[in-house]
Unconditional design. Structure first.
Length: 309
């Protein structure tokens, strides 16, 4: 992807994401769910600096709570750097410094953005010269959301969510995200969704084996129509997140009563994303929610994927 830069320190910025649509298929024979997602990269960012080192080390700060972020080989950015080194035969290490702006364990792909940033930064720092296709292939081995953090913009994801097709999104969409101090485990949310579906099998629609993004979602994105997108936006994981965190229902209700076009749990939660009509409406909504004591942040999308700064 790049030749070695004439520096011993590389800065990469990668975005968080919102799933504006997320349909979850039934469990397959291997215990996995196929999904269909419409991703949008938004202006909540992870900043990563990669510096030449003999070892693989990491430090993490941020504007969000980072107390639960691992500082060893469990960290997805460290795993990404080690994977790139192993695949390319690079013999050294790297020190990664991360400043997080995406809520931790909040369903917005912050860890995946860190991994994407590490791949891009180390490729540039080490001059390993991988193509975008190669980096995306490595990213998919680290997690389903990593390829999208590399791509950015707006895209449809199928399979595990890592089989991406760019989607046209005209104009700008403004969101207000409300964060929560207590994260939710993605596997726990999927397990809760399976329990919910089993308990209510007679009352809900048949579960798709091959989920798909509804055409109305793509039409709204192409038109840049926030009102139309609000009508068609959906997240199948929301019901499970609300079962595990019933308090989120009150957050959703408050945001929609305060002027949001629609509110939805982002990914596996517990972050809640509210779609606003425009930038001014989003700022007004952020002020109202902040006054109510919520941690509210105004972001917009789509924005580019992981890039050297």
């Amino acid at each position: 992807m790049s030749e070695a830069l004439t520096t011993d320190r590389v800065h990469v910025r990668a975005p968080g994401k919102i799933n504006v649509f997320f349909e979850v298929g039934d469990l397959d024979d291997h215990g996995y769910h196929e999904v269909a997602s419409a991703y949008q990269a938004v202006s909540a960012y992870e900043d990563l600096w990669a510096e030449a080192s003999d070892l693989f080390t990491i430090s993490v700060t941020g504007t969000v709570d980072v107390s639960g972020v691992p500082l060893d080989d469990r960290n997805l950015a460290v795993r990404a750097a080690r994977l790139l080194a192993a695949e390319t035969g690079y013999g050294g290490g790297v020190h990664l410094e991360i400043r997080k702006g995406v809520p931790v364990a909040g369903g917005m792909g912050g860890g995946s953005a860190d991994a994407a940033a590490a791949l891009v930064a180390c490729d540039a720092l080490w001059g390993t010269g991988l193509s975008s296709t190669d980096l995306h292939a490595l990213g998919s081995r680290l997690g389903a959301d990593v390829p999208f953090a590399l791509l950015g913009g707006t895209a449809v994801g199928t399979g595990r969510g890592d089989e991406l097709s760019p989607a046209l999104a005209r104009g700008r969409f403004d969101w207000v995200i409300v964060t929560s101090g207590d994260g939710l485990s993605t596997p726990a949310v999927y397990s809760e969704l399976d329990r919910h579906r089993a308990e209510h099998a007679a009352d809900i629609a048949p579960i798709p084996r091959r989920p798909a993004v509804e055409p109305a979602v793509l039409q709204a994105l192409r038109a840049g129509d926030a009102t139309a997108l609000a009508v068609s936006a959906r997240n199948d994981l929301q019901v499970a997140a609300l079962r595990l965190r019933p308090d989120l229902a009150g957050v959703l209700e408050r945001g929609e009563r305060s002027g949001a076009l629609v509110g939805m749990v982002s990914g596996s939660g517990p972050t809640v994303a509210f779609l606003a009509e425009d930038e001014e409406s989003a700022i007004d909504l952020q002020v109202l929610l902040s006054a109510d004591g919520f941690e509210a942040l105004h972001v917009h999308g789509p924005v580019p994927g992981a890039r050297v700064r």
